[in-house]
Design a protein around this ligand. Structure first.
Ligand code: WTA
Length: 635
């Protein structure tokens, strides 16, 4: 583990001068059944990236079995339920082993084999993590779908990767809500022919209907399965999981991660960024990590499930929401379990800041040592509030920049080891070679500059392909600037070479830390029978970071715009889910289009931001009067 700033500089240098030797050293720390014969093969043209070639192992042996001799009774997870009155659960590494093996055997008995796709649509309960690891144990590919997505979004994802089975629950608690999850699965499966079984974990006891021959109750079958399961021997480049994420065009795409590189990189970044293994032995034994993300997102994959378990630490798994039963819930959980390392999103920080300090004051938060931020740019005000009121100015803040496609953290300070700076992710992790380019793809050298963020050299946990459509992977990430991986983010490099991510420069919005494509929301809005056309942009939102602003054209005969707006929101809820619902809808009679029919989003963004004083050149528009009408409508 890197322990000083000087060491970081040396490691970084080593990783750039000789990446293969560097990553060999890191990968040697894990348990392999067969060592790799070649460290790396790559080109960013096809693109093709392979790490630790011919290496054979199983990631669950490294995340579980490897720890058992010394840590069988160590807590892997403390599960904190949604309700403050419900009991928390402790899952030791031994419990984790037993549960994962039992579930893995169950999946096998249902005919699931290496390479088969398994959809996991579950709330934040330990069984969701067991499910991921059980798949990995037998070499099945998990595709976790965030349980807030609608039936239609779920079926799209199941169909895209031909999942054979869905693992789910009867219901899910989220704050005051009791959401009927199984009913959503039932609706989704009406159009999914590939699914042979549904395994339902009874969690809320919400009434459900079971389809004969298809649906099974988890508790009934898993309890009968054996609690040992030989791990499947996996190749480094075998697929570990698929995770769907939004892009700038079309439907969400399945980002594919493979076993070897993902294991090595998530563990390495977890250990170095959060520094949970620093301090005395007693201090280390008390360390408790808490990442508040959902397992439905990449942060939950890499820093709830895999990273912490590979590192053998203890972590909190939280079912609820930050504002239930009140805005003090996070702080209550921190005090209750003595959380030392806390990792959350700026949107949560801003919402809790807005709720006021009265919700923080009852808690002393003195167990905290390190704070983290992820998912979107953290504004300076939120950073300072977090630092002062939660970290009490004694906890380093790591602002971690990364993406579903990167698998792990690429730019971040290392807690207490390298300098941090409010709203800056700061410096690249060893092995990461970022660069800024201008619109034409020319590298922008020097400091105090701004451009589009690219990466010029592969790292172990990078995206391998987009499921079922390699060309899409090439177009989306490797074609804008040939020879480079393009992140889609804008970025500034300050006088010290520190990086500050400024936000997406493509048509992807970041709503409360969730990635949503404008095209996806438009297509959901357009599904409403009365909508002729729509254009969606993000706009600055105090809590969510960005809100969704929709411009919608409806026939002039449509009279009741208020009802229509409600119906549009319902349509988006139905097709994608509540996270994608527009915050503002403006009915317009036309959209600003160029003569070639392209919508000028730049203008729509400015109007949505309320900045109408300088809309720039509108002379290339087919009908410039449209802009006047839109501006008037907004005022
Ligand atoms: C944004 C989440 C600024 C960024 C891990 C990126 C950030 C997108 C940060 C990926 C950060 C993530 N500072 N922006 N620390 N972390 N982002 O795939 O725009 O859900 O491209 O992965 O979130 O979102 P994703």
């Amino acid at each position: 583990m890197i322990a000083t700033f000087d060491e970081y500089k040396k490691e970084y240098q080593k990783s750039i001068e000789n990446p293969e030797v560097f990553w060999d050293g890191v990968a040697n720390e894990f348990s392999w059944k067969q060592k790799w014969t070649k460290t790396l093969e790559w080109n960013f043209e096809e693109p093709k990236v392979k790490w630790f070639i011919d290496g054979k192992f199983n990631i669950t042996e490294n995340a579980i079995d490897r720890h058992l001799p010394a840590k069988a009774n160590k807590t892997a997870f403390i599960w904190e339920p949604n309700s403050v009155d419900a009991e928390h659960r402790i899952i030791t590494y031994q419990n984790l082993y037993d549960e994962v093996c039992k579930l893995a055997n169950t999946l096998k008995s249902l005919g699931i084999k290496k390479g088969d796709r398994v959809c996991i649509y579950m709330p934040m309960i330990p069984e969701a993590v067991f499910a991921m690891l059980a798949c990995a144990r037998i070499g099945a590919v998990h595709s976790v779908v965030f349980a807030g997505f609608s039936a239609s979004a779920l079926s799209g994802r199941i169909q895209d990767s031909d999942c054979k089975i869905v693992l789910t629950t009867d219901g899910a608690y989220r704050g005051v809500k009791d959401i009927p999850i199984k009913a959503v699965v039932d609706e989704a499966l009406e159009v999914c022919l590939s699914v042979k079984n549904v395994l339902v974990y009874k969690h809320t006891n919400t009434p459900i209907t079971l389809q004969d021959g298809r649906d099974l109750i988890w508790q009934d079958v898993v309890s009968k399965a054996a609690n040992t399961c030989e791990p499947e021997l996996m190749d480094s480049e075998d697929v570990l999981f698929i995770l769907y994420t939004s892009g700038s065009t079309g439907k969400p795409k399945g980002v594919v991660h493979t076993c070897g590189g993902y294991m090595v990189y998530t563990c390495y970044t977890f250990q170095n960024v959060f520094q949970m293994d620093s301090g005395t032995e007693v201090e280390r034994s008390r360390n408790l990590f808490w990442c508040t993300a959902d397992v439905g997102w990449i942060t939950g994959h890499s820093y709830i499930a895999y990273g912490p378990l590979l590192a053998g630490v203890s972590a909190v798994l939280f079912e609820g929401v930050p504002t239930f039963p009140d805005a003090g819930r996070f702080w209550k959980v921190i005090d209750k379990h003595k959380v030392t390392h806390f990792y959350t999103a700026p949107t949560a920080i801003r919402a809790l800041e807005a709720a006021g300090l009265d919700f923080v004051k009852p808690y002393n938060l003195d167990s905290l040592k390190v704070l983290g931020s992820v998912g979107e740019p953290i504004n300076e005000e939120a950073w300072h509030w977090y630092n002062k009121n939660i970290g009490k100015e004694k906890c380093p803040i790591v602002d971690t920049w990364w993406q579903t496609e990167t698998g792990g953290i690429l730019i971040s300070s290392l807690a207490g080891v390298t300098p941090s700076k409010p709203s800056f992710a700061t410096l690249p992790m060893p092995g990461i070679q970022p660069l800024l380019v201008d619109e034409k793809g020319n590298e922008i050298l020097g400091n105090n500059v701004e451009g589009n963020l690219c990466i010029k050299f592969p790292w172990p946990s990078m995206i391998r392909t987009t499921y079922g459509d390699h060309d899409r992977c090439k177009k989306e990430y490797f074609s804008t600037y040939p020879g480079l991986y393009f992140t889609g983010d804008g970025c500034r490099r300050d006088e010290n070479g520190f990086y500050r991510i400024t936000g997406r420069v493509d048509d992807v919005m970041n709503i409360s830390g969730h990635r949503i494509g404008t095209a996806e929301v438009e297509s959901a809005i357009n599904a409403h029978a009365d909508v002729v056309e729509s254009a969606v942009v993000g706009y600055p939102h105090d809590i969510k970071g960005q809100g969704i602003y929709a411009y919608v054209i409806v026939p002039s005969t449509t009279k009741d715009h208020e009802t229509l707006k409600k119906e549009i929101i319902a349509e988006v809820n139905k097709i994608i889910g509540p996270i994608a619902k527009p915050d503002k809808i403006q009915i317009v009679s036309g959209l600003p289009k160029t003569r070639s029919g392209k919508i000028m989003r730049r203008i729509l963004r400015k109007v949505a931001e309320g900045d109408v004083s300088n809309l720039g050149d509108t002379s290339t528009l087919l009908d410039p009067t449209v802009v006047d009408e839109i501006v008037k409508g907004k005022l």
